[in-house]
Structures are given as C-alpha cells and as structure tokens.
Design a protein around this ligand. Structure first.
Ligand code: FES
Ligand code: FES
Length: 172
C-alpha cells in the first residue's frame, strides 16, 4: 500500500502579525510554510523550498522564466502570491519526470537541442506542458503564438517549437 507523503513544515522568523500559514501540494508532497503575505510563489519555491529549477528572470511577468503549473494551468509564479493559492497543486520542473523517466517534453528538448544557456528552459517546458493540456495549439504558428510569453534570450525558438511538436505528436 502506498504511504502518504510526509508533510513538511517550513518556517521563517516573522512577527505573528505578518506570518501566514499556507499549505501547497508541491510535486506531490504536502508542504506547509509560514510566510509573509507578500511572498510570491516564485520566492516560496526558490527561497523556502529550495526548488531552484524555477528561474527568476524579470520578476515582473514579462519573461516566463518562472512559469510553473498550478492545478495544471501555467502561471507566472513571480506574479502569484503564495497565499492566493492555498491548497493548490503546484508542479515545477523538478516534478515533471516520473519514476526516473524524463517527461516527454524534457526528452524532446534534449532531442532537438532546444536550449543554449538553459536559463529559460524550465519555464519553457512547464509552459509547454500547460499549452499541451490546453489543447489549443495545433500548428507551429499557434505554438509560437501561445508560447510567446516565454522569452529565450539565446534565440532557440525554432528548436523549442520543434521539441513541443515532438511532444505533441505533431509533424511540421
Ligand atoms: S520572472 Fe516571472 S515572468 Fe519573468
Ligand atoms: S536557452 Fe538561453 S535563454 Fe533560452
């Protein structure tokens, strides 16, 4: 019988007046944090839970490097306050592989050499996972349009689109 994941509690020194408790399911593990109400999901993940795969680029909702999945939908974690999503299921790049097997998007990004420095890649892959779940993109142009919130300073866009097409089972 499968055992329930161990609940982990992370606290920081906050005055009782500002401390708030938030519980999130992060990559299948319940995590309870005591945080300031202005803590973004991005900072909660990176600074409190040591999940540094999610990147901070602009911190203003303009680059997509911080994209994660919240209840299966892609969001910019830099624009999401952790307290806004109390109880939500959060999936980060660290949670996409299953049982030691890469997620099809992770494998496709490797197959198509869809990165150079790799800084945008976790956000690109999480965003692409959300895109595929949305089911709206059918063509390369639609992939480009619906991935336009994820910037790649290295300009790996053609490879990124090819990788997403592979994961979608769509040929160009
Ligand atoms: S860091 Fe969130 S959109 Fe750039
Ligand atoms: S691979 Fe460098 S920013 Fe995209």
């Amino acid at each position: 019988m499968a055992t329930a994941p161990e609940r982990q509690t992370v606290s920081e020194n906050l005055s009782p007046a500002t401390a708030m408790s938030v519980t999130l399911d992060v990559n299948g593990q319940p995590r309870t944090l005591t945080i300031a109400p202005w803590t973004t999901l991005l900072d909660a993940l990176r600074e409190r839970l040591d999940l540094t795969g999610t990147k901070k680029g602009c911190d203003h909702g303009q680059c997509g490097a911080c994209t994660v999945l919240v209840n299966g939908r892609r969001v910019n974690s830099c624009l999401t306050l952790a307290i806004m999503i109390d109880g939500a299921k959060v999936t980060t790049i660290e949670g996409l592989a299953a049982n030691g097997t890469l997620h099809p998007l992770q494998q496709a990004f490797i197959d198509h050499d869809a990165f150079q420095c790799g800084y945008c890649t976790p956000g690109q892959i999480c965003s692409a996972a959300g895109l595929i779940a949305e089911g709206r993109a059918k063509t390369p142009d639609e992939i480009r349009e619906l991935m336009s919130g994820n910037i790649c300073r290295c300009g790996a866009y053609p490879n990124i689109v090819a990788a997403i097409q592979q994961a979608m089972g769509v040929r160009s």
